[in-house]
Design a binder for this molecule. Structure first.
Ligand code: AMP
Length: 182
Protein backbone atom coordinates (compact mmCIF):
# COMPACT_ATOMS: atom_id res chain seq x y z
CA UNK A 1 0.00 0.00 0.00
CA UNK A 2 1.17 3.56 -0.63
CA UNK A 3 1.26 6.22 2.11
CA UNK A 4 -1.95 8.05 3.09
CA UNK A 5 -0.43 11.36 2.04
CA UNK A 6 0.53 10.05 -1.40
CA UNK A 7 -2.88 8.43 -1.82
CA UNK A 8 -4.50 11.74 -0.97
CA UNK A 9 -2.24 13.66 -3.41
CA UNK A 10 -2.97 11.16 -6.19
CA UNK A 11 -6.72 11.34 -5.63
CA UNK A 12 -6.46 15.13 -5.73
CA UNK A 13 -4.65 14.93 -9.09
CA UNK A 14 -7.45 12.87 -10.69
CA UNK A 15 -10.55 14.58 -12.03
CA UNK A 16 -13.91 12.88 -11.65
CA UNK A 17 -16.61 13.51 -14.25
CA UNK A 18 -20.04 12.27 -13.10
CA UNK A 19 -22.35 10.61 -15.64
CA UNK A 20 -19.70 10.25 -18.36
CA UNK A 21 -19.85 8.56 -20.85
CA UNK A 22 -23.30 7.60 -19.61
CA UNK A 23 -25.54 8.16 -16.57
CA UNK A 24 -24.35 6.44 -13.39
CA UNK A 25 -20.66 6.22 -14.37
CA UNK A 26 -18.11 8.28 -12.43
CA UNK A 27 -15.40 8.74 -15.05
CA UNK A 28 -11.93 8.91 -13.47
CA UNK A 29 -10.03 11.25 -15.76
CA UNK A 30 -6.26 10.83 -15.39
CA UNK A 31 -5.35 13.57 -17.90
CA UNK A 32 -5.06 15.97 -14.95
CA UNK A 33 -2.62 13.58 -13.25
CA UNK A 34 -0.60 13.20 -16.45
CA UNK A 35 -0.36 16.99 -16.70
CA UNK A 36 0.99 17.27 -13.15
CA UNK A 37 4.73 16.54 -13.37
CA UNK A 38 5.13 15.55 -9.73
CA UNK A 39 2.06 13.32 -9.57
CA UNK A 40 2.88 11.64 -12.91
CA UNK A 41 6.43 10.86 -11.86
CA UNK A 42 5.39 9.54 -8.43
CA UNK A 43 2.62 7.40 -9.91
CA UNK A 44 5.03 5.74 -12.37
CA UNK A 45 7.67 5.22 -9.66
CA UNK A 46 5.12 3.67 -7.29
CA UNK A 47 3.52 1.44 -9.91
CA UNK A 48 6.75 -0.49 -10.46
CA UNK A 49 8.24 -0.18 -6.99
CA UNK A 50 7.82 -3.92 -6.09
CA UNK A 51 9.62 -4.96 -9.26
CA UNK A 52 12.44 -2.41 -9.17
CA UNK A 53 15.75 -4.10 -9.91
CA UNK A 54 14.13 -7.25 -11.33
CA UNK A 55 14.67 -8.36 -14.88
CA UNK A 56 11.63 -7.36 -16.92
CA UNK A 57 11.64 -8.01 -20.66
CA UNK A 58 8.48 -6.19 -21.72
CA UNK A 59 5.85 -3.84 -20.43
CA UNK A 60 2.48 -4.34 -22.15
CA UNK A 61 0.13 -1.34 -22.20
CA UNK A 62 -3.58 -1.45 -22.96
CA UNK A 63 -4.92 1.11 -25.46
CA UNK A 64 -5.03 4.03 -24.95
CA UNK A 65 -4.17 5.34 -21.47
CA UNK A 66 -2.10 2.22 -20.81
CA UNK A 67 0.22 3.37 -23.63
CA UNK A 68 1.12 6.60 -21.84
CA UNK A 69 1.69 4.97 -18.46
CA UNK A 70 3.20 1.79 -19.90
CA UNK A 71 5.71 3.73 -22.01
CA UNK A 72 6.92 5.61 -18.95
CA UNK A 73 7.05 2.39 -16.90
CA UNK A 74 9.01 0.59 -19.66
CA UNK A 75 11.56 3.39 -19.71
CA UNK A 76 11.83 3.27 -15.92
CA UNK A 77 12.53 -0.49 -15.78
CA UNK A 78 14.60 -0.59 -18.99
CA UNK A 79 12.15 -2.92 -20.74
CA UNK A 80 10.63 -2.94 -24.22
CA UNK A 81 7.05 -1.75 -24.74
CA UNK A 82 4.24 -3.81 -26.28
CA UNK A 83 0.96 -2.18 -27.35
CA UNK A 84 -2.25 -4.16 -26.87
CA UNK A 85 -4.71 -2.57 -29.25
CA UNK A 86 -8.32 -2.58 -30.31
CA UNK A 87 -9.08 -4.76 -33.31
CA UNK A 88 -7.91 -3.55 -36.71
CA UNK A 89 -5.15 -1.15 -35.64
CA UNK A 90 -2.00 -3.26 -35.85
CA UNK A 91 -0.40 -3.72 -39.29
CA UNK A 92 1.54 -7.00 -38.95
CA UNK A 93 0.51 -10.60 -38.09
CA UNK A 94 -1.60 -10.59 -34.95
CA UNK A 95 -3.06 -12.75 -32.23
CA UNK A 96 -6.49 -11.68 -31.01
CA UNK A 97 -8.95 -12.39 -28.26
CA UNK A 98 -12.56 -11.45 -27.54
CA UNK A 99 -13.21 -9.84 -24.17
CA UNK A 100 -16.32 -8.80 -22.34
CA UNK A 101 -17.47 -5.24 -21.98
CA UNK A 102 -20.42 -4.09 -19.91
CA UNK A 103 -22.64 -4.63 -22.97
CA UNK A 104 -21.39 -7.32 -25.33
CA UNK A 105 -17.95 -8.27 -26.60
CA UNK A 106 -15.00 -6.57 -28.24
CA UNK A 107 -11.66 -7.82 -29.53
CA UNK A 108 -8.09 -6.82 -28.70
CA UNK A 109 -4.92 -7.70 -30.56
CA UNK A 110 -1.14 -7.94 -30.24
CA UNK A 111 1.52 -8.51 -32.84
CA UNK A 112 2.39 -12.21 -32.70
CA UNK A 113 6.11 -11.38 -32.45
CA UNK A 114 5.66 -8.70 -29.76
CA UNK A 115 6.43 -11.15 -26.96
CA UNK A 116 7.90 -14.61 -26.92
CA UNK A 117 7.94 -17.74 -24.80
CA UNK A 118 9.40 -17.06 -21.36
CA UNK A 119 9.32 -13.25 -21.64
CA UNK A 120 8.82 -11.62 -18.24
CA UNK A 121 6.05 -9.08 -18.74
CA UNK A 122 4.29 -6.45 -16.64
CA UNK A 123 0.84 -5.33 -17.77
CA UNK A 124 -0.17 -1.67 -17.30
CA UNK A 125 -3.43 0.28 -17.58
CA UNK A 126 -4.86 3.33 -15.82
CA UNK A 127 -7.82 1.67 -14.11
CA UNK A 128 -9.28 -1.75 -13.38
CA UNK A 129 -13.04 -2.06 -13.11
CA UNK A 130 -14.64 -5.44 -13.97
CA UNK A 131 -11.26 -6.77 -15.10
CA UNK A 132 -12.59 -7.96 -18.49
CA UNK A 133 -10.05 -5.89 -20.43
CA UNK A 134 -7.05 -6.90 -18.32
CA UNK A 135 -8.12 -10.56 -18.28
CA UNK A 136 -8.17 -10.53 -22.10
CA UNK A 137 -4.70 -8.96 -22.16
CA UNK A 138 -3.31 -11.59 -19.74
CA UNK A 139 -4.73 -14.39 -21.91
CA UNK A 140 -3.22 -12.86 -25.07
CA UNK A 141 0.21 -12.59 -23.45
CA UNK A 142 -0.01 -16.15 -22.15
CA UNK A 143 -1.07 -17.35 -25.62
CA UNK A 144 2.37 -16.20 -26.80
CA UNK A 145 4.05 -18.00 -23.89
CA UNK A 146 4.89 -14.85 -21.92
CA UNK A 147 5.01 -14.93 -18.14
CA UNK A 148 2.82 -12.18 -16.67
CA UNK A 149 4.71 -11.09 -13.54
CA UNK A 150 2.14 -8.52 -12.48
CA UNK A 151 -0.62 -6.18 -13.57
CA UNK A 152 -0.39 -2.53 -12.40
CA UNK A 153 -3.10 0.12 -12.35
CA UNK A 154 -3.26 3.55 -10.79
CA UNK A 155 -6.94 3.14 -9.89
CA UNK A 156 -8.93 0.18 -8.57
CA UNK A 157 -12.72 0.08 -8.47
CA UNK A 158 -12.88 -2.84 -5.99
CA UNK A 159 -16.68 -3.04 -5.96
CA UNK A 160 -16.48 -4.30 -9.55
CA UNK A 161 -14.15 -7.18 -8.67
CA UNK A 162 -11.53 -6.86 -11.42
CA UNK A 163 -8.43 -7.12 -9.23
CA UNK A 164 -9.85 -10.23 -7.51
CA UNK A 165 -10.55 -11.74 -10.94
CA UNK A 166 -6.91 -11.24 -12.02
CA UNK A 167 -5.56 -12.66 -8.76
CA UNK A 168 -7.65 -15.80 -9.40
CA UNK A 169 -5.71 -16.12 -12.66
CA UNK A 170 -2.50 -16.06 -10.55
CA UNK A 171 -1.57 -12.55 -11.61
CA UNK A 172 -0.27 -10.34 -8.75
CA UNK A 173 -2.07 -6.99 -8.91
CA UNK A 174 -0.69 -3.60 -7.88
CA UNK A 175 -3.05 -0.63 -7.54
CA UNK A 176 -2.29 2.74 -5.93
CA UNK A 177 -5.70 4.12 -4.99
CA UNK A 178 -9.29 2.95 -4.99
CA UNK A 179 -12.69 4.56 -5.40
CA UNK A 180 -15.98 3.11 -4.23
CA UNK A 181 -18.68 2.30 -6.76
CA UNK A 182 -18.57 2.49 -10.55
P1 AMP B 1 -12.80 -3.20 -17.17
O1 AMP B 1 -12.52 -4.08 -18.38
O2 AMP B 1 -14.24 -3.25 -16.75
O3 AMP B 1 -11.86 -3.51 -16.03
O4 AMP B 1 -12.56 -1.70 -17.62
C1 AMP B 1 -11.28 -1.18 -17.67
C2 AMP B 1 -11.06 -0.28 -18.83
O5 AMP B 1 -12.14 0.64 -19.00
C3 AMP B 1 -9.81 0.54 -18.63
O6 AMP B 1 -9.09 0.62 -19.86
C4 AMP B 1 -10.33 1.88 -18.15
O7 AMP B 1 -9.56 2.93 -18.69
C5 AMP B 1 -11.77 1.96 -18.62
N1 AMP B 1 -12.69 2.37 -17.53
C6 AMP B 1 -13.64 1.57 -16.95
N2 AMP B 1 -14.33 2.24 -16.01
C7 AMP B 1 -13.81 3.50 -15.97
C8 AMP B 1 -14.08 4.67 -15.17
N3 AMP B 1 -15.03 4.70 -14.21
N4 AMP B 1 -13.33 5.78 -15.40
C9 AMP B 1 -12.35 5.77 -16.35
N5 AMP B 1 -12.05 4.72 -17.13
C10 AMP B 1 -12.76 3.58 -16.95
Amino acid sequence: MVSMQFEHDLKDAIRTIPDYPKPGIMFRDITTLLGNARAFRRAVDELVQPWAGMKIDKVAGIEARGFILGGAVAHQVSAGFVPIRKKGKLPHKRVSIAYSLEYGLDEMEMHEDAAEKGDRVILVDDLIATGGTAEGAVKLLRQLGAQVLAACFIIDLPDLGGAAKLRKLDVPVRTLISFEGH
